[in-house]
Design a protein around this ligand. Sequence first.
Ligand code: IMP
Ligand code: MG
Length: 221
Amino acid sequence: MTNDHGQTTPSGTLANGDLTTVVTSADAIPVTAESDPGAPHGYAGELKAMLIDTETLSAKIRQLAEAVAADHTDDKPPVLVCVLKGAVMFLTDFVRALPMPAELEFMAVSSYGSATSSSGVVRILKDLDRDITGRRVIIIEDIVDSGLTLSWLRKNLDSRGASSIDVVALLRKPAAVKTDVHVKYIGFDIPSEFVVGYGLDYAERYRDLPFVGLLAEHMYR
Ligand code: IMP
Ligand code: MG
């Protein structure tokens, strides 16, 4: 199977071949002292590489928004459920690119686990403000790694009587292939490395970067 960059991907890993771009380690642009995209944001020397730049993110988000809108022909706007805090940047760009009305809801969950991996045991830190009974829900996720958080969230929202639940995830890691949680819209399949930026953090840092980068190993080892 090939994606829109003409790269070959392992069969069965794509939810939607035309929508998902495969990003490999070979696409990462190494950070050097002369060219450090983290430096203008106060993170000089903390990143190993640039993985997905701002322009590539914007183009993909427009594509995702158009794909979602094309599938939603209901009169009633869908309820976008943004998973705090990681999906905030994605949600705000996505909703502004979406060529149809949508309502916004926010949920904050915490999955017990280490700083760089999750356990699937989820606690609600902030719940939805409104009832979603009979509503079409679209979960906006930053990244699907083990898929444990998403799988829990989908079940939780389903139990509240949503009429449909779709998931839009900006990024997906290879581990997600092992879980059965269905993600209809995926922006990028990325390598199994710890990424930061564009909402994604390591110990609450780097969320403010306008691109997705790889964290230098010395920052978390
Ligand atoms: P999962 O339950 O393993 O799929 O993990 C989901 C959550 O873990 C995401 O919503 C992120 O908040 C976080 N996460 C997973 N991988 C990364 C990463 O590479 N960088 C930053 N956060 C990550
Ligand atoms: Mg996180």
